[in-house]
Design a protein around this ligand. Structure first.
Ligand SMILES: [Zn+2]
Length: 440
């Protein structure tokens, strides 16, 4: 049995609570109790590891509901390109050169960035799902991973579905923190028939679906969400990234089918896709969460940015009284837990011990008025305020350092080596029988 007592800190139990001085008792991977500091003497006599967090603020860990972790190699590529150019010309052409060991280190780099930005759970859609699951497992993160499934021909499709199933069989449920879903990429890359097929498979494995929906303007002319509803996809718990171009009818479909929406404000703005109508979506009682998307389109995995940018875009679109701090923090925390069917996003007893310790002895948190701390988390804080990150009762980051990381230097070295290999291959790739030129 392993117990930890986090002493003398301030605690924000959930988006709806006020900040209080409480001690947090953790047993194995769960919060066991929250105690007033004067009531912890008996516990201190037991066999517990104690951590003095005086002057720190403990909050639930952030839940990043949409990312592509292995895409860290593509950070800073095609910064000034349209969504279509970015995806079809720059990303897919580089992805041809990714190999499994590269994907492992790509995911590791993103996971390190997420841990140091206070993210404790990530939802990922990509190729090389075994490697991504292994990276999450090795580094102690909580992760929900799906193979990105697109259709080119029957053989290719079947191969990708097979990989998705194989990762499910190897990793699903591992340490109660790695889960595998299915990831039909988007309705423009997967036919309605194939969506129908994948819904049945996900149902059989009793797992969730991740999909990109109505991310770009061009998609608006191609399908509506009633079309997707008719495939039966939404009969499986569905996590829908983006939803920038949903109209009122689409929003009703999301609501009726309990689809979770992932708001990716930075990626949507950077690729010029636009502002998702989040206030209207929430008004229809849809569960809305945050995602960073991959760092190829963000270009960082800084969750504090998402909350701030996400909030101010909605204030710009609907008026400054819209999307309150409480709503933003619910989207960052418990709405993600609700979507994933796990006790995450609140620091109550029986919830998972996934939490972040913020250093509030910094200019960003002055004045130190407890009533303003929630505002500071959304609008002022940044990753340098993250003092510690705990997942499932284990510290992954403490005193602003990674815990139990075998060789951080080797990770960066391997990553750079593989990055160079991808770029070399990309620059020398053969296109229509010739070495790449500007038209290829
Ligand atoms: Zn995406």
């Amino acid at each position: 049995m392993s117990k930890k007592l986090l002493k003398n800190g301030y605690v924000l139990v959930s988006a709806d609570d006020d900040i209080e001085k409480l001690d947090v008792l953790i047993e194995n991977d769960e919060i066991e109790d929250l105690l007033l500091p004067e009531n912890t003497e008996e516990i201190e006599e037991e066999d517990v590891e104690e951590y003095d967090l005086s002057g720190k603020l403990i909050i639930p860990g952030f839940i990043n509901m949409h990312t592509h972790s292995a895409m860290s190699y593509f950070r800073g590529v095609a910064d000034d390109s349209s969504f279509e150019e970015w995806l079809f010309k720059e990303m897919l052409a580089r992805e041809d050169f990714l190999r499994s060991e590269m994907a492992y280190y790509g995911a590791v780099i993103s996971i390190l960035e997420m841990i140091s930005s206070g993210i404790t759970t990530f939802v990922d859609m990509y190729m090389f799902t075994d490697e991504i699951a292994k990276a999450a497992y090795d580094l102690g993160m909580r992760a929900y991973i799906s193979r990105g499934l697109s259709f080119d021909n029957e053989e290719g499709w079947n191969q990708r579905v097979k990989e998705n199933v194989s990762t499910y069989e190897k990793f699903n449920g591992l340490e109660n923190r790695i889960y595998i879903g299915f990831g039909p990429h988007a309705p423009y890359s997967v036919s309605f028939d194939k969506l129908k097929e994948i819904a049945k498979i996900a149902e059989k494995y009793n797992t969730h679906i991740q999909i990109h929906l109505l991310e770009s303007k061009n998609e608006k002319n191609q399908y509506s969400l009633s079309d997707i509803e008719n495939t039966g996809l939404f009969e499986v718990p569905t996590i829908a990234a983006h939803c920038v171009y949903v109209d009122n009818e689409d929003i009703k479909v999301l609501s009726k089918n309990d689809v979770t929406v992932v708001y990716n404000p930075t990626s949507n703005m950077k690729l010029g896709n636009g502002i998702a109508p989040i206030v209207d979506i929430i008004d229809e009682n849809v569960n809305v969460t945050f995602g960073t998307d991959g760092c190829a389109s963000n270009n960082s995995l800084n969750f504090f940015n998402e909350m701030k940018v996400g909030s101010i875009l909605q204030k710009y679109k609907y008026g400054p009284d819209k999307l309150t701090i409480k709503q933003i923090l619910r989207m960052a925390w418990e709405n993600g837990g609700f979507a994933l069917g796990e006790r995450l996003g609140r620091l109550e007893p029986t919830f998972k011990a996934d939490l972040v310790v913020l250093d509030i002895n910094t200019p960003e948190f002055c004045p130190k008025d407890l009533k303003r701390m929630k505002s500071n988390i959304v609008f002022s804080a940044n990753p340098r305020n993250v003092f510690g990150t705990m997942v499932a009762g284990k510290w992954l980051y403490f005193d602003k350092k990674f815990v139990n990381l075998l060789d951080e230097g080797e990770i960066y070295e391997k990553f750079e080596y593989y990055y160079k290999e991808i770029e070399n291959n990309f620059n020398n790739r053969v296109c229509d029988g010739n070495i790449r030129n500007n038209n290829c």
